[in-house]
Design a protein around this ligand. Structure first.
Ligand code: ATP
Length: 338
C-alpha cells in the first residue's frame, strides 16, 4: 500500500486533482497496486485563511508519505514549491517533452527531457533592496549540486538509450564564474560516463534550436531559471502546456506536478486539460517502481501512458489541444480504457 499526499492547489488545481484521484481509484479497483490518498492544503486558499501558504502539517504529511502529487498553486507558488524543493532537497527537476498524436503542435516527433537543477541559482530567494530604487539578487551555483544534476542527466540519457547525448545549456560567456563552473562540472561528469556524448549550448541558441530542430535534443541539463523558461517553450511547441508533466526528485523524497501554473483564466470553466497531472501520476508510478522494485507499478505506468495516447489519438481532447471534451468527460474516457 502506497500513501500519496496530494496538494490540490489553486485555479484549475482542484479540477485536475479530481482527475488524478479518479485515476488512482481506478488503479486501486483494477490492479494489485493499492494507494491511499491524503489531500493536503497549500497555496493561496490556505494562505488567505491562515496567513501561511505551506502549513507545517502539510510538510510533515509529505515526509511521511510514499510520494507527493501536486496540482499547481497560484500567487503563492514560490512559497510552496520553491520552498519544498529546497526543504526536501528535491534537486532534480525532470521534464519530459514528448509529442502526442492529433495536436495542432508547432513540431511533431519531439522526444527529449529537460533536467533542471532545482535547488540553487536565482530562485533561492536571495534578493535585497540596495536602496529605494535598486535591488540585487545573488546567484549560487555549486560544484556539488552541479555534479549531482549532471550525473542524474547522464543516467537518464543512458536509460533512454536513444541518442545517448547530454546537452549542457548555460550562458558562460556572460556569467563566467557561475555558469563557467556549471558547464565545466557537467563536462567532467559526462566524461566519466561511457558512451555519453556531451555538447554545450548557450541558452539563447537553445531557445532557438528547440523551435528549429528539437529532434536533435536527447537530454538537456541546465540551471534552475533557464530550465524553468525553456520547459514552457518546449511544452508549447510539442502541443500544449496542458500535457506536460514533471518530477522533482531527491535522494529521499519525490514530488510530481504539472509544469504549468494555476491557469486562473480557465479555472471553473471545466476545460482544463488533466493530461499534465495524469502523466505526472505516470512519472510517480515509474519512480515507485524503481524505488520499491515494484513490477506492477512499471506495468500500470506504461498502461496509463498508453491509454492517454490512445484517447488523444481517437481525437478525444480538451479545448487547449483542439477538442471539445470537458475535464471530467476526458477523464472518464481515459478511465474506461484503463
Ligand atoms: P506560472 O508562472 O505559475 O507557471 P503562468 O502565468 O505561466 O503560470 P499558466 O498557469 O502556466 O501560466 O498557464 C498559461 C496558459 O496556459 C493559461 O493561461 C492557460 O490558458 C494554459 N494552460 C495551462 N495549463 C493548462 C491546462 N492544464 N489545460 C488547458 N490550458 C492550460
Amino acid at each position: 500500500m502506497y500513501n500519496i499526499s496530494l496538494i490540490t492547489g489553486d485555479g484549475i488545481g482542484p479540477e485536475i486533482s479530481e482527475s488524478a484521484i479518479s485515476i488512482l481509484e481506478t488503479i486501486n479497483d483494477r490492479f494489485m497496486l493499492k494507494f491511499t490518498i491524503d489531500k493536503l492544503e497549500a497555496g493561496d486558499r490556505v494562505l488567505n485563511k491562515t496567513g501561511h501558504a505551506l502549513p507545517t502539517e502539510t510538510i510533515s504529511s509529505i515526509k511521511k508519505s510514499t510520494a507527493c502529487l501536486k496540482a499547481p498553486v497560484g500567487e503563492s507558488a514560490s512559497d510552496v514549491i520553491v520552498f519544498l524543493r529546497q526543504k526536501l532537497n528535491l534537486y532534480a527537476n525532470v521534464r519530459p517533452i514528448k509529442s502526442y498524436p492529433n495536436m495542432s503542435a508547432l513540431k511533431n516527433n519531439v522526444d527529449f527531457v529537460i533536467v533542471r537543477e532545482n535547488t540553487e541559482d536565482l530562485y533561492m530567494g536571495n534578493e535585497f533592496y540596495i536602496n529605494d530604487d535598486a535591488a540585487i539578487a545573488i546567484r549560487l551555483v555549486s560544484k556539488i549540486a552541479s555534479k549531482k544534476i549532471a550525473t542524474y542527466a547522464c543516467n537518464i540519457a543512458k536509460s533512454r538509450n536513444i541518442l545517448n547525448k547530454v546537452t549542457c545549456v548555460h550562458k558562460s560567456n556572460v556569467m563566467r564564474k557561475t555558469d563557467g563552473l556549471f558547464v565545466k562540472t557537467c563536462e567532467e561528469i559526462s566524461r566519466s560516463h561511457n558512451n555519453i556524448k556531451f555538447e554545450s549550448m548557450y541558452v539563447d541558441a537553445c531557445a532557438m534550436n528547440i523551435i528549429r530542430n528539437p529532434e536533435k535534443f536527447d537530454v538537456i541539463v541546465t540551471t534552475n531559471m533557464f530550465g524553468d523558461i525553456l520547459s514552457d517553450e518546449a511544452a508549447q511547441i510539442s502541443g500544449s502546456l496542458g500535457i506536460a508533466p514533471s518530477a522533482n526528485i531527491g535522494d529521499k523524497y519525490a514530488l510530481f506536478e504539472p509544469i504549468h501554473g494555476a491557469a486562473f483564466d480557465i479555472a471553473g470553466k471545466k476545460i482544463a486539460n488533466p493530461v499534465s497531472i495524469m502523466l505526472s501520476t505516470k512519472m510517480m508510478l515509474d519512480w515507485i517502481s524503481t524505488k520499491y522494485d515494484d513490477r506492477e507499478a512499471v506495468f500500470v505506468a506504461q498502461r496509463l501512458e498508453n491509454v492517454i495516447y490512445e484517447t488523444v489519438q481517437k481525437n478525444i481532447k480538451t479545448k487547449d489541444i483542439g477538442g471539445n471534451y470537458t475535464t471530467v468527460e476526458f477523464t472518464k474516457e481515459v478511465i474506461n480504457r484503463i
